[in-house]
Design a protein around this ligand. Structure first.
Ligand SMILES: *Cc1c(COP(=O)(O)O)cnc(C)c1O
Ligand SMILES: [Zn+2]
Length: 408
């Protein structure tokens, strides 16, 4: 099973016993989980498994005892070849959509939340919680419900009523903060530490981020153990992008994929909150926080991204690009994906599609590349974001002649 060896500081390399700790006491750097991987792990270990969730990779996840797994059967989502979208975007030859909008709570956040809540159960924490831009609220609350743990959500009050209703339904206590995500995060951090709450994306962050690396494992397995050429990833805090890179690197380390294989990453942000793109374009290694994010892509509205500097490092490590798109382009991206591939995404997914389209138009993406675009959340969660772009309905008498006369 998941054999955690240590927590290691991403900055200075100092190692700690795997306990309740999330920053380095020497340099305040973030801590990452290190494993004692068993050398008998091979492709078949996973490919032959019946478990149809990300828990099929449990040797690579930070839970020691299988009985502590809190399983909502998230993950192992479809990797869909997207030829119609590829054609519309401008003749891409090899485009795939990783459709993570079909998870149990309808976003990829079921991956990190499931790992963190399982870890909370394993370490016998009395309560869990999160700071959320919307989707993590439901993912944490649903897993907490199954684990029978109280759950505290801290989120901006403007995240959209569907996301609030969903989290409340699972029985969570919802603290709607009059402010930004960064405000909610600050409050959650203080309350988590003072009340001993396992705040999944703050004081449990080393474990939390491990869930998202399964987005790399699955794509590799679904492509017959090959790494794609280019990954298009929507970015808020940057934790997911980092975790996806870590996932591919671990597969390389274990020899499950080609160790020499080079790949590129593309970080996608909305214009109304693009601090990482701004830094990338200025070639700066400092990130200037966005004080009041203003975008329809609320799940990406993180003005002061916790893993922003590490996204910049990944971009230079992997020859990557960061690009931003306007609200209008995001809506266009959402509708294009729905129309061509039958996938209805929330604005974060529209950001990824619109950035891909922009980069293809500007000749920054080679049409022969094998590209995987991550669609991380479901459109039903934020349908209000596109309503103004949809045709206005007129109701009609239930009379066939009248209807025949009006339809195209
Ligand atoms: C949280 C979220 C993201 C961004 O993930 P980060 O780890 O914060 O970069 C992207 N898409 C959706 C749908 C999300 O909920
Ligand atoms: Zn350190």
């Amino acid at each position: 099973m998941g054999d955690v060896r240590a927590l290691k500081c991403r900055e200075c390399g100092k190692e700690y016993e795997p306990q309740f700790r999330y920053v380095c006491e020497e340099c305040f750097g973030p801590l990452d989980v290190q494993y004692k991987f068993h050398s008998d792990i091979n492709r078949d270990t996973f490919s032959s498994r019946k478990e149809k969730s990300y828990w099929r990779y449990f040797e690579m996840l930070p839970i020691a005892n299988k009985n502590n797994i809190v399983n909502l059967h998230a993950g192992l989502t479809p990797l869909q070849k997207a030829d119609r979208l590829a054609k519309e975007i401008g003749g891409l030859k090899n485009l795939f959509i990783k459709n993570d909008s079909v998870n149990p709570t309808f976003s990829f956040k079921d991956r990190p939340a499931g790992i963190a809540v399982s870890r909370a159960k394993e370490t016998k924490l009395k309560a869990v919680g999160c700071a959320s831009t919307g989707n993590l609220a439901s993912a944490t609350a649903a897993h907490a419900a199954v684990a029978e743990l109280p759950c505290y959500i801290f989120a901006p009050s403007d995240i959209g009523h569907v996301k609030i209703a969903q989290a409340l339904s699972y029985g969570a206590e919802f603290v709607a903060v009059d402010g930004t995500y960064d405000d909610a995060n600050r409050v959650a951090s203080i309350i988590g530490d003072s009340k001993g709450i396992g705040v999944v994306n703050i004081n449990m962050r080393p474990y939390y981020v491990e869930g998202s690396k399964t987005l790399a494992y699955e794509v590799a397995e679904q492509l017959d153990w090959e790494i794609p050429d280019n990954l298009v990833i929507p970015v808020g805090s940057g934790a997911m992008l980092n975790a996806i890179c870590k996932g591919f690197e671990e597969l390389q380390l274990l020899g499950l994929v080609d160790k020499e294989r080079d790949f590129k990453i593309t970080a996608a942000q909305p214009h109304g909150c693009a601090p990482i793109v701004d830094a990338f374009k200025k070639k700066s290694d400092e990130i200037t926080p966005v004080e009041s994010p203003n975008t329809i892509a609320k799940s990406l509205a993180i003005g002061d991204p916790g893993d922003g500097l590490y996204v910049l490092k990944r971009l230079s490590q992997y020859n990557g690009i960061a690009e931003e798109v306007t609200d209008e382009e995001i809506v266009e991206g959402i509708l294009m994906l729905a129309r061509t591939e039958g996938i209805f995404t929330e604005p974060a997914g529209g950001v990824a599609i619109a950035v891909l389209k922009k980069l293809v138009e500007r000749g920054k993406i080679d049409k022969d590349e094998r590209i995987v675009c991550y669609i991380t959340g479901n459109g039903l969660k934020a349908a209000e974001a596109i309503s103004s772009a949809l045709p206005k309905l007129k109701s009609v008498k239930p009379d066939a002649q009248t209807v025949l006369a009006m339809i195209r």
